[in-house]
Design a protein around this ligand. Sequence first.
Ligand SMILES: [Zn+2]
Length: 246
Amino acid sequence: MPTSVDGYVPASAMVVVAHPDDAEFMAAGTVAKWARAGASVTYVVVTTGDKGSEDPAMTPARLAEIREAEQRAAGAILGANTYVFMGYPDGYLEHTLALRRDIARVIRTHRPEVVICYDPTNRFLTDSYVNHPDHRASGDATIDAIFPTARDRLTFPELLAEGLEPHKVAQLWLGHPAQPNIWVDIGETLDVKCKALCAHPSQLDADVVEFAVQLARITATGQGFEYGESFRRIVFDTGELTAADA
Ligand SMILES: [Zn+2]
């Protein structure tokens, strides 16, 4: 499996995450790079993020409004074109058939070439961070929505009844991967990624910039460039066997 993906730009990309700000940590450098090169980018945020506050005066409804506005501001910095806020409550996300169908609906509607989502198998990201259950649930549901639900005509016939024809996603990119197989050089968009992270002031203070730069540097170790994002990429079967199939 090649590790260099320089030069690959999808015509359309969809980023599916659990919370406003997830996409910025996971893939903002890559998304900005693709958007600059002409890709259309759809952001799909599954929950409202309405639990992310320790302020006793904050209400879930107010917080959801703030976080949607922050996500739109961050996406505008990166060059995102379209936003889908699915409105599930923060903190309670489960990998259900209903969630799978709802994400399949979004995929069939926007028909992306590439989908980026969480790697649900990565439960312990570091020795000091346990992955959020919403992240894992959103990843599981998105993968299952891509394959086979969005692809299969007879699954969830209500989607067909809504006029949504099946759609085959060409590539799946898993962010914060347990086993990365590709690394993207984000040197030219690291500044934009940091600006997008700073567009979430309800969640992140200015220290996030140093964190993001350090993480990008560590991620790029051994790749021949200075700052990177890593993914596990799945390129769906084109019918040709390769050495990787052996
Ligand atoms: Zn999150």
